[in-house]
Design a protein around this ligand. Structure first.
Ligand code: ADP
Ligand code: MG
Length: 377
């Protein structure tokens, strides 16, 4: 693209990916989650280009870019462009201060691996344009408009967690977030002498987006039946296991399983936050294994590759716990591993995984990190 030849950026934004320690699929059920940003991130560079409406966006990661007009923000046939267009469309509804800009994007955050590169892309763009054109949007407005962009342009009915974690995280902490009130509490996380190790399965089954929306519908189906008996119920957040049992005859086994997973998972979020506070790392690990079991058997958003790696970790005494993290059907498993056993764990898991699936996994440590940062060049 021509603008790249003489591009002198004014502003840099670092927009991180995230892991979620626990609380998977609870966000759109108005429950609790425990995510944090990680050091892997998307870096944006921005410059106003002096035009009224013409914008250029180039992804160095994908080695491709596109030109767009702020007055014509229709959906694109090209997937990644929709994250950009969706955010611009939402910003345009809220302010008329947006003008032409040029932007490059580069990333060390794996895409489609459950680390929420999509939220990092949306929120980083919103954050940068907010600074560049002094739009006056609050962080929460940027979080929410990015979520809406993912619904409308990317077609995933995601909850608020990914965008919230990418923008709001605090270094050295996980965020205990109530997805209904949006109140949150940073909880210090100190796992020493253990480390958070991600194993990227390198598979992202295409099911992710469609099955995600199906899970959301199944939960809503359960809520609709529960609401007939318990008028106070607006989401699975308001439901106890006893209430669910009382309507068991009137819902399918599938819907029962989905709902019971969400109810248990919400409890696990609180239990894990407490275990962290008490520095009970054995319990943290045990809760992760329980959560994966629910993800795999009841909510059915795992896959053979993730299940294999979680099961494999159980044979290693240096691993306290593991589970698939992110929306599901692949992506990364999150493992709590003793620092003395990290190399051995990665080596043996890599070999076993290669032998079983003929795929080279990617392993790396993650550290709880700060949310979006921005600086003027
Ligand atoms: P996840 O959010 O788990 O990484 P998604 O499927 O939700 O997976 O989002 C990944 C999509 O986000 C990519 O397929 C691409 O469209 C977009 N994306 C992520 N990072 C970049 C990047 N650096 N450049 C362009 N598009 C990106
Ligand atoms: Mg995503």
């Amino acid at each position: 693209m021509q603008f790249l030849e003489s591009f002198k950026p004014e502003l840099t934004v670092e927009s991180p990916g995230r892991i979620n320690l626990i609380g998977e699929h609870t966000d759109y059920n108005m429950g609790f989650v425990l995510p944090t940003a990680i050091e892997k991130k998307i870096i944006f560079e921005f410059k106003k280009n002096g035009t009224q409406n013409n914008c250029n966006v180039y992804s160095k990661t994908f080695d491709t870019g596109f030109e767009l007009n702020l007055n014509a923000l229709d959906k694109s046939a090209i997937e990644w462009e929709n994250y950009i267009l969706g955010v611009l469309n939402e910003i345009s509804k809220r302010t008329d201060k947006l003008r032409g800009f040029d932007c490059t994007i580069v990333s060390n955050l794996p895409t489609g691996s459950g680390l929420s590169s999509s939220a990092a892309l949306e929120c980083g763009l919103a954050y940068g344009l907010n600074e560049l054109f002094e739009l006056g949007l609050s962080k929460m407005e940027m979080v929410k408009l990015s979520q809406i962009a993912e619904h409308t342009y990317a077609g995933t009915q995601c909850g608020i967690m990914d965008q919230f974690a990418s923008v709001m995280s605090v270094e050295g902490h996980v965020l205990l977030l109530d997805c209904r009130s949006l109140e949150y509490k940073p909880i210090p996380i100190n796992l020493h002498p253990y480390k958070l190790i991600l194993l990227n399965t390198k598979v992202s089954h295409n099911l992710a987006s469609s099955e995600y929306n199906t899970r959301k519908k199944e939960c809503e189906e359960g809520v609709a039946v529960l609401k007939k008996d318990f008028s106070e119920v607006n989401s699975l957040r308001d439901v106890s296991i006893e209430m669910l049992e009382s309507v068991k005859e009137r819902i399918s086994e599938t819907v029962f399983n989905r709902c019971s997973y969400i109810i248990a998972e919400n409890k696990r979020v609180h239990n894990l936050a407490e275990a962290l506070t008490e520095n009970n790392l054995e319990l943290v690990g045990q809760i992760l294994y329980e959560a994966h079991d629910g993800i795999s058997r009841l909510y059915k958003v795992s896959c053979p590759e993730s299940d294999f790696l979680v099961d494999f970790s159980k044979w290693n005494s240096n691993v306290l716990g593991a589970r698939q993290t992110g929306g599901g059907f692949g992506g990364c498993t999150l493992n709590i591993v003793h620092e003395n056993g990290v190399d051995d764990f990665i080596k043996t898991a890599t070999e076993a995984y290669k032998e079983k699936f003929n795929i080279c996994l990617e392993a790396f440590e993650v550290k709880p990190s700060a949310g979006t940062t921005c600086y003027v060049n």
